[in-house]
Design a protein around this ligand. Structure first.
Ligand code: GLN
Length: 430
């Protein structure tokens, strides 16, 4: 994806502000892939700086899915839509993306591919252009869970150059926590995820997945994650806040694009950096910068940023209560969760992909709603994977209407560090 730096190809993060930027160094994940014999052939298009859910916010133009509805291309999901389409085309074996709030899982769900977001801190972020540091995670798109797992095994290494890379001591604690995957999985089904926005096609695929798992001998447990409803709002406070700070460095002095013409001259009273930022960032990025600068301002920080951080802790407590395994980052496990489970299964996205024309008519808040199922795991840094599930024939007739999309995404979420169990469970689902 074009927000992971390579020294041979430009890295633009789909922003005019980085147009023609060539990094003097290479991201750790790219170096590791090359060391293991991979050919890194191309960069893929995305939402500018990872901000979006449909890969339409790009200085390089929109990304189109290979699927269509009455001749109109569908959204490939975002922000790693280009990576998902590359894999879906069959011409690329695997692609990297980044997942801050769902940007690998949503494109996977929309394109019929597998999208894996590992636990936060396992894969190096050195050389990954920041969007929201406390959430940004390198993810993997592939045609199968096995292929995604093979890439993960190569990249899952401590990197001293990334200060948020999990230290060897924490990795040892995670390894010590690891059990042989149980033969019968206890699967959590969160009651709060049964929202009325869930389309009937997605709901039918979700129910049939759960039934199949039950038929294989796994057990289903209704669980409650009460803070789920606040998670999306908290994410859309925290991610823009971090972004507004991260993106301050694109000032026309240090990187790529710089505005020209008389307006950029000091005598016009408009400093170079203001002109550059005004012309260099797209609409959605500007919206996030303004939102983030506001929620971090002294008048608003208590009501927004601090509240959102509190919600983030509550979301973590919700998950820690229901997972049987203790979170290796914490000293104790909160009680009172009722049934304890090994993994949680949810839909990846509330609906089937809209067409790119439908996306144009959606408000920003309608677009943010797409992330409702992916954001909770992001806030807590949990491993989560989206696997394609076939749609049933009757729902295809009802909802696809002249379209050729045949799958939706089912998401498997695990406790922090339980990446291998998540992949194992995803293999059973796929
Ligand atoms: N759609 C979410 C956003 O715009 C998630 C993006 C991502 O994971 N990079 O912030």
């Amino acid at each position: 994806m074009d927000n992971i730096v390579t020294s041979s190809l430009p890295t633009t993060a789909a922003s005019r502000n980085l147009s023609n930027h060539i990094s003097p160094f290479e991201a750790t994940v790219v170096k590791l892939l090359k060391q293991h014999g991979a050919t890194v052939s191309s960069k893929t298009n995305m939402d500018e700086f990872g901000m979006g859910s449909h890969s339409q916010n790009s200085f390089n133009g929109p990304v189109l899915s290979l699927f269509k509805k009455i001749g109109v291309p569908l959204s490939p999901g975002g922000s790693s839509g280009g990576s998902a389409v590359a894999v879906a085309s069959g011409d690329w074996w695997a692609a990297l993306g980044t997942d801050t709030g769902g940007s690998v899982r949503l494109p996977a769900a929309y394109t019929g591919t597998v999208g894996f977001k590992p636990s936060y801190g396992l894969l190096s972020r050195w050389g990954v252009i920041q969007y929201a540091n406390s959430l940004d995670t390198v993810g993997i798109l592939a045609a199968s869970v096995e292929d995604a797992g093979a890439v993960f095994d190569i990249l899952n290494q401590y990197d001293p150059q990334d200060p948020t890379s999990l230290q060897p001591s924490v990795r040892r604690r995670i390894a010590a926590n690891r059990r042989t995957p149980p033969k019968t999985l206890r699967i959590g089904v969160p009651t709060e995820y049964n929202i009325h926005e869930l389309s009937s096609a997605v709901r039918a695929a979700y129910i049939s997945t759960l039934q199949q798992l039950q038929n294989l001998g796994h057990t289903l447990h209704a669980i409650s994650l009460p803070t789920t409803k606040q998670a999306l709002s908290a994410y859309y406070v925290l991610a823009p806040a971090e972004a507004s700070s991260n993106l301050a460095k694109y000032d026309g002095i240090r990187y790529g694009f710089r505005s020209e013409g008389p307006d950029a001259l000091p005598r016009e009273n408009l400093p170079l950096y203001a002109k550059t930022r005004g012309e260099g960032f797209g609409e959605e990025v500007k919206r996030r910068i303004l939102l983030g600068a506001y929620t971090l301002s002294s008048e608003a920080i208590d009501n927004y940023f601090i509240q959102a951080q509190k919600v983030r802790r509550l979301v973590q407590r919700d998950f820690d209560r229901v997972f049987a395994t203790q979170n290796p980052l914490l000293d104790s496990k909160p009680g009172g969760g009722g049934d304890e489970v090994d993994i949680i299964i949810t839909p990846s996205a509330p609906t089937l992909p809209p067409t790119v024309d439908e996306v144009k008519k959606q408000s920003p808040v309608e677009i943010y709603m797409n992330d409702v199922f992916t954001v909770p795991a992001s806030l807590v840094g949990l491993p989560a994977v989206s696997v394609p599930m076939p749609l049933s024939d009757d729902t295809v007739e009802m909802e696809v209407e002249g379209g050729d999309v045949k799958t939706t995404g089912i998401q498997v979420i695990g406790q922090f560090g339980d990446d291998e169990l998540v992949l194992r469970a995803a293999e059973i689902v796929q």
